[in-house]
Write a protein that binds this ligand. Structure first.
Ligand code: FES
Length: 124
């Protein structure tokens, strides 16, 4: 398992999402009020809406563009037959750093790590 640092979890407000970039990979990271952290591709699988700006209710995200819903624990669409979310495994290190965990054989970023949260699109 390879891990990559995304940034401090404190950048993700409780009950909201935030976009992080790791080389060419853009992730939407969500922090439900009920606990846990979930990550998916930043672009909605429907038509590319910015999922990190969606509404989070429990572990369900509502895309801000067309209002479609997905379960962040399974990636499954809710109430529509669109494609599932592509989920990413993340965990929080003891010091609060958000880590992306990837299988060694999975395609993804190179060994040079340049991670940074993108500018927030709204105030937290
Ligand atoms: S782009 Fe997300 S629901 Fe359409």
């Amino acid at each position: 398992m390879r891990t990559r640092q995304l940034g401090p979890l404190r950048l993700v407000a409780l009950g909201e999402g935030r976009c992080f970039r790791l080389n060419t990979l853009e992730l939407a990271v969500f922090r439900p009020r009920e606990g846990g952290v979930h990550a998916t591709d930043a672009a909605c699988p429907h038509k590319g809406g910015p999922l990190a700006d969606g509404i989070l209710g429990g572990c369900v995200v509502v895309c801000p563009l067309h209002g479609r819903k997905w379960d962040l624990t399974t990636g499954a669409p809710i109430g529509h037959d669109g494609p599932p979310l592509r989920l990413h495994r993340v965990r929080v290190r003891d010091d609060g750093e958000l880590l992306l965990e990837r299988e060694p054989e999975s395609p993804g970023p190179t060994s040079s790590v340049e991670s940074a949260p993108t500018e927030p699109s709204r105030d937290a």
